[in-house]
Design a protein around this ligand. Structure first.
Ligand SMILES: C[S@@+](CC[C@H](N)C(=O)[O-])C[C@H]1O[C@@H](n2cnc3c(N)ncnc32)[C@H](O)[C@@H]1O
Ligand code: SF4
Length: 381
């Protein structure tokens, strides 16, 4: 079996304030603990990287420092992590290295420091440039701070992504247009535009805000795609828009069902090894993760993926791409013949959710809009 590209995700699980909509593995910490947290946690991450002994030695295609709020940590920490990864594996010549940053943690020296240690892409969690929406989302930054941080990011990094959210409480089409105008003014090359979802275990779930209805949300979504297309951003994945040659290589590797190592609290890995594909997850709670790392114990779950898991997980990722995938990629990445899903593909075609032509399978516009219904077809018991 030919190995797929290998990416590394490193999770930094702390934030200054827990946003009421956020269901990620992120925890508030008190300022005075930051240094201790950073040191103890980084030591645990280094131990986990040290624990890898992949044969044959594989090179790393991309690294993503995500969170939480990685921009709370110092450039020195990322320097030691990148060095450790470089020594343990090899970094591809053009390895994409992304850091997620919150504009509320904006620090000019840190931003330049991140670039100096080899980070070449920044993903900035702006969410909106509108004062009222930022307040409702309990963000720790205001529109001006977001704009300044985004401008500096574009000045420093070759590639910059801005995260925005839509279908926010009381959001109008005009508000959305203003957010897009501001993001384009900054000169970013990538925008991730997420539909606000109300997740269980969040404050918004407990006290739901009034959100735009389905019809209004669809209208907003159409406006976003129209405006960004007009600005030469291609809508290449459910929530992602990029200028030419600026797609996120790290996320593309997930969507193309590549391999990835998840380092840090709650991080997941998917790894091909000797013709089989495994998934495993790290201890979720940062304290448990740090404690267990002392005895070189990192994972609380490991699973060999079955043929049904593989077909569903491949589809769940690859059908997010508006341009779909080649049948040969399915066979390479799952080690299964495409004929194993003939029945499901025919059903999806009959329902006009996908098209299959010259070996390429891609979702139709209807399939993109009803992705969950499309994926249900590939969910076997
Ligand atoms: C893991 S978060 C990290 C970004 C960073 N911590 C920040 O918020 O500035 C990545 C992105 O997911 C999006 N996101 C988080 N919760 C969401 C939700 N409930 N609905 C839609 N998008 C969400 C936000 O746009 C956020 O920037
Ligand atoms: S800053 Fe980002 S990761 Fe942290 S709670 Fe808010 S959305 Fe979640």
């Amino acid at each position: 079996m030919q190995y797929p590209p290998l990416s590394v995700y490193v999770h930094i699980p702390w934030c200054i304030h827990k946003c009421p909509y956020c269901d990620f593995n992120s925890h508030e910490f008190k300022d005075q603990n930051l240094q201790n947290n950073e040191e103890a946690y980084t030591n645990a991450l280094v131990k986990q990287i040290d624990n890898y002994n992949l044969e044959p030695k594989r090179s790393i295609h991309s690294i993503f420092f995500g969170g939480g709020t990685p921009s709370l940590f110092s450039p020195k920490t990322f320097d030691s992590l990148i060095n450790k990864l470089e020594k343990t594996f090899r970094l591809d010549k053009n390895c994409e290295i992304t850091i997620e940053a919150n504009p509320g943690t904006f620090d000019k020296k840190h931003f330049y420091g991140y670039k100096d240690v080899g980070i070449n892409r920044m993903s900035l969690g702006v969410q909106s440039f509108n004062h009222n929406h930022l307040k409702k989302l309990e963000r720790i930054h205001n529109p001006e701070e977001a704009f300044n941080a985004a401008n500096l990011a574009v000045e420093i990094f070759d590639k910059v992504n801005i995260d925005l959210m839509f279908a926010l409480p009381n959001q109008t089409l005009k508000d959305v247009k203003n957010d897009i105008t501001r993001a384009l003014e900054v000169g970013t090359s990538h925008i991730s535009y997420y539909h606000l979802t109300i997740e269980p275990n969040t404050l918004f779930y407990k006290f739901p805000p009034k959100l735009p209805d389905e019809e209004k949300s669809a209208e907003i979504f159409d406006l976003i795609t129209e405006e960004l297309n007009a600005a030469q951003f291609a809508h290449y994945e459910t929530s992602a828009y990029a200028k030419k040659d600026n797609q996120c290589l790290h996320n593309l590797n997930y969507w193309n069902f590549g391999d990835y190592l998840g380092i840090g609290a709650g991080a997941h890995s998917k790894l091909s090894y000797e013709g089989k594909i495994f998934r495993r997850s790290c201890f979720k709670n940062p304290r448990d993760y740090i404690k267990n790392a002392n005895s070189h114990n990192f994972y609380d779950d490991e699973k060999l993926l079955s043929a049904n898991d593989l077909t569903f997980e491949f589809m769940m990722n690859a059908l997010r791409l508006n341009n779909g995938f080649n049948q040969s990629l399915f066979e390479q990445r799952t080690n299964l013949p495409i004929s194993i899903i003939d029945k499901e593909l025919n059903l999806a075609k009959d329902k006009k959710l996908i098209i299959q032509k010259n070996g390429r399978i891609k979702p139709t516009l209807l399939g993109q809009n009803f992705l969950n219904e499309l994926l249900q077809i590939f969910l076997k018991d």
